[in-house]
Design a binder for this molecule. Structure first.
Ligand code: HEM
Length: 474
């Protein structure tokens, strides 16, 4: 007997009338109506939605209940047995082996990959500034982060920003097909490849691409290996007992989890900041006066690895974006494996119940956040953070299955933002209310009214901005 909306249809449950891309906002409206625990019907499955931080701690950290079959079967054609989907029994050893190598030295190499990719990105922004053209910030920054994760994975000199490479378009297509498949996989997984031929085909191509890279790497000489920086492929290949197929699944998982999450958060940050000149100036002040970026070899201001840690205000703006616009808005699906009582809301759940933990709802819960709808980086000062519930921020989830890439993402984001705000001013090229939250696998900004021509071409505009070179150099 959980509160919640009655299903609208036997087949579709509650999802029939959810506006396209609007699932997080729809859930939030239901939370306001029914409280911190309520039920929804996703097609014919009843899912209990949680947004109390003590309940979330219990499910994700204390009990670490497994991911639900519906979630796993929806993404497994692309991600296989990578960290995101692998069952809890095998997860522990796999995660420990990877986390041990995901260390400070690796982060320093990441810094180099970002610098190399930044050189191309700066060219694109310079061109937009000089021509006075409108740039789709979300689309461009997504290519950027995909390039960074590909370089971090393969260490190669791939430059996807200035070339039409096959891999990024394949990863992008696999993401789009996975988003569709996730919705109906609960009922069609048994059809195998017939259920989603396009997804299986693109996932297979990515897999083959990665297998080729693995074979080349396995035949690399020791000398060549010693002379180049470590990359993700080295890390995965060094995990004991893992064959090529496992390594390929892990690479796909990192390509999948490690780029559009970061890029859409960066796009949301840009969207918030361009509307708040006070915040933009404060960031520019910190970047240009406090940290004083040096002109790098590539001809743009570049922070050293250690300087990134001094960007305290920028870090607060980043955290506030993760709170207000959590890109993994609907969060993690878990299945309860024992009869339990949740500690926060005293809700009793039966073994076999599926639960959903949406960060979007927890981050708007007034129990934890004062004026949650406001974009206020200062809520992240040390004093203002005192006494906050440690599980109230769920952008990276929590417990043993939380995001392994959060330090990676934060470092990448702060570096990119430091360079962008040191070199450019930005303005939104449309009224702010024309931008909406659009959720498929992740939640990104999207222009509400797409032009007919673009729709015809199957293209979208996400976040149109104008770029201006700053008059004084950093
Ligand atoms: C702003 C950026 C990011 C956000 C908001 C984010 C968010 C998340 C969340 C919420 C989860 C848990 C998913 C679940 O429970 O089903 C997760 C898991 C994961 N993330 Fe991220 N992520 C980000 C960046 C990254 C990056 C850059 C990488 C890779 C370099 C990465 C790799 C992973 C992996 C491998 C997992 C599975 C971890 C496990 O189960 O052990 N993520 N991420």
């Amino acid at each position: 007997n959980f509160p919640g909306p009655a299903p609208d249809s036997y087949l579709y449950g509650n999802v029939k009338y959810v506006p396209k891309g609007g699932f997080p906002a729809w859930l939030l409206a239901r939370q306001r109506e029914y409280g911190e625990v309520f039920q929804v019907w996703l097609l014919q499955t009843r899912v209990i939605v949680l947004s109390n931080a003590d309940d979330v701690r219990f499910v994700t950290a204390e009990m670490n209940f497994p991911k639900s079959d519906g979630f796993v079967s929806g993404l497994s054609p692309f991600l296989g047995d990578g960290l995101l989907l692998i069952d809890n029994n095998r997860h522990k050893a796999q995660r420990r082996a990877i986390a041990a190598r995901f260390n400070q030295d690796f982060m320093k190499d990441l810094h180099l990959h970002i610098e190399a990719t930044m050189a191309s990105f700066v060219q694109i922004l310079d061109r937009a500034a000089d021509e006075g053209s409108v740039l789709d910030f979300d689309a461009e920054i997504t290519k950027f982060t995909l390039n960074v994760i590909c370089r971090s994975a393969f260490g190669s000199n791939t430059d996807f920003l200035n070339r039409e490479d096959e891999l990024p378009s394949l990863v992008d297509a696999a993401l789009r097909h996975s988003a569709k498949y996730l919705v109906h996989a609960r009922y069609t997984w048994w059809l195998g490849k017939l259920a989603a031929p396009a997804l299986f085909e693109t996932a297979h191509k990515v897999h083959e691409f990665v297998l080729d890279m693995i074979r080349a790497r396995r035949s690399e000489s020791e000398l060549a290996r010693d002379e180049r920086p470590v990359d993700l492929l080295d890390i995965f290949l060094s995990v004991p007992g893992m064959d090529n197929n496992y390594v390929a699944s892990e690479v796909s998982t990192f390509l999948f989890a490690g780029h559009d999450t970061t890029s859409h958060t960066l796009a949301w940050l840009m969207y918030e900041v361009v509307q708040r000149q006070d915040i933009m100036h404060q960031i520019q002040k910190e970047v240009c006066e406090t940290v004083v970026l040096k002109e790098g070899e590539n001809g743009f201001p570049w922070p050293s690895f250690d300087q990134v840690r001094q960007l305290d205000y920028l870090n607060m703006v980043w955290k506030e974006t993760l709170r207000k616009r959590p890109v993994t808005a609907t969060g993690t699906y878990r299945v309860i494996t024992d009869d339990v009582e949740l500690p926060g809301t005293k809700t009793k759940l039966r073994k076999g119940t599926e639960v959903l933990i949406p960060p979007y709802l927890i981050h708007q819960n007034e129990r934890y956040w004062y004026k949650p709808e406001a974009f206020d980086p200062l809520r992240w000062t040390r004093e203002n953070s005192l006494g906050r519930h440690p599980y109230a921020l769920q952008a990276f989830s929590s417990g043993p299955r939380n995001c392994i890439g959060q330090i990676f993402a934060t470092h990448e984001a702060l570096v990119v933002l430091a360079v962008l705000f040191a070199r450019y001013d930005f303005k939104l090229a449309c009224p702010p209310e024309d931008i909406m939250e659009f959720h498929s696998l992740t939640m990104r900004p999207r222009l509400r009214r797409q032009s007919k021509l673009q729709q015809h071409k199957g293209a979208q505009t996400y976040l149109p901005v104008r770029v201006f070179r700053k008059s004084s150099k950093a």
